[in-house]
Design a protein around this ligand. Structure first.
Ligand code: FES
Length: 113
C-alpha cells in the first residue's frame, strides 16, 4: 500500500518577501517557525492566545482547528484574518502580519523585529 503524497505549497510573507514551504497537513505557523521565518512565537499553538493572528491576502486555505472568537471575529475571519496555528494551506498563499491598535485600527508590521 502506498502512502498518500501530501501537496506542498509556498507561503509568501508580503511584509518581508520571504517564503517557505508548507504541506497541506501542516499548520502555517509551525511551518513558518521551522523555516526560520517570521517572529518567534511562544503562543499556545491551539487557537486560544491570539499571538499568531495574521491575514491571508491571497490563496486557498482550510481552518482545521477552532479559533477563539475573543481573538478573531466572524467579520475578520471572512476577510482572511485568522490564527495561523489553526490554518493549513490548500494553494500557494500570501500572508501579512498584523496587530490591533487600541483604537481598533489594524497596523501592518514587518515580520522581522
Ligand atoms: S499560537 Fe496561540 S492562537 Fe495561535
Amino acid at each position: 500500500m502506498r502512502a498518500a503524497v501530501v501537496k506542498r505549497h509556498r507561503i509568501l510573507l508580503a511584509d518581508s518577501g520571504e517564503s517557505f514551504p508548507c504541506g497541506e497537513d501542516e499548520f502555517i505557523l509551525r511551518a513558518m517557525f521551522h523555516a526560520g521565518c517570521g517572529p518567534l512565537c511562544n503562543g499556545c499553538c491551539g487557537g486560544g492566545c491570539g499571538i499568531c493572528k495574521m491575514q491571508i491576502v491571497e490563496g486557498a486555505y482550510h481552518v482545521e482547528k477552532k479559533m477563539s472568537r475573543a481573538h478573531v471575529s466572524g467579520e475578520e475571519a471572512a476577510r482572511g484574518i485568522l490564527l495561523l496555528c489553526c490554518v493549513q494551506p490548500r494553494s500557494d498563499l500570501t500572508i501579512r502580519h498584523i496587530t490591533k491598535e487600541k483604537e481598533g485600527r489594524y497596523v501592518w508590521q514587518s515580520i522581522k523585529p
